[in-house]
Ligand binder design. Structure first.
Ligand SMILES: Nc1nc2c(ncn2[C@@H]2O[C@H](COP(=O)(O)OP(=O)(O)O)[C@@H](O)[C@H]2O)c(=O)[nH]1
Ligand SMILES: [Mg+2]
Length: 206
């Protein structure tokens, strides 16, 4: 099927918030067992790879930020009013405040921003478990900027991630106070919490 005619749904957020974990676990939740992934690097070059989901998880999920610099695409389908509807889910490499000394990180951020301009739908992920710590994952300027840019421009919701962790409930409450006009779905790639809500959000907007 021609991916260019399908609606695009982009996962965006800071490094390490759990974007790739959600991308692959959500695909698995929608019944995907072997996945065909399309990697688009910052020069626009495309590589396709076929993985078992579990192998893809081993290769692509990492606790070190900027594990992949590419935009990764997968074709999925969700139930809509009658039957199923296909769409393209995109995983991005992450945005950070300010700029980076690394040329590769700078160009992967440029690719993410371009994808943000062209997408139909945005899932903006923030790590609810680390909002109260002073680490890299706490809410920052870039999250405010993504929220401001997207909430008036495209179909948009916030995913409060890592809700299986104890500290996350407080972080989720803080996100609700900070972004009262945005739809926020609490999710966990460990427990699949929120996956059903994301499926309906996407299906409703295709
Ligand atoms: N407890 C918990 N850890 C998670 C969850 N999602 C991701 N992680 C961990 O967070 C780290 C970063 O995950 P990754 O998906 O690579 O984040 P990305 O950089 O945003 O793509 C990894 O160590 C994951 O195992 C989650 O829902 N719950
Ligand atoms: Mg990632």
């Amino acid at each position: 099927m021609d991916g260019d005619n399908m609606k695009h749904c982009l996962i965006v957020g800071k490094p390490n918030v759990g974007k790739t974990s959600f991308f692959l676990n959500f695909a698995s939740y929608l019944g995907v067992y072997t996945c065909k992934l399309t990697f688009r690097d910052n020069r626009g070059e495309i590589i396709q790879k076929e993985y078992l989901i579990d192998i893809a998880k081993k290769n692509l999920i990492s606790s070190s930020p900027f594990k992949t610099m590419d935009i990764i695409e997968i074709n999925l389908s969700v139930p809509v009013y009658k039957g199923m509807q296909s769409f393209v889910l995109l995983d991005s490499s992450g945005l950070i405040d300010g700029t980076s000394d690394s040329h590769d990180i700078r160009s992967s951020m440029t690719a993410t921003i371009k994808a943000l301009q062209n997408t139909d739908m945005v899932l903006h992920m923030m790590d609810a478990s680390s909002i109260f710590s002073k680490e890299i994952n706490s809410i920052s300027l870039i999250d405010d900027q993504i929220n401001k840019y997207c909430r008036c421009k495209s179909l948009y919701c916030i995913l409060a991630s890592k809700m299986d962790k104890e500290e996350s409930e407080r972080g989720y409450q803080l996100l609700k106070n900070k972004y009262p006009t945005s739809y926020i779905i609490p999710v966990s790639s460990v427990s699949e919490r929120g996956f059903k809500e994301v499926k309906f959000f996407v299906g409703r907007n295709l």
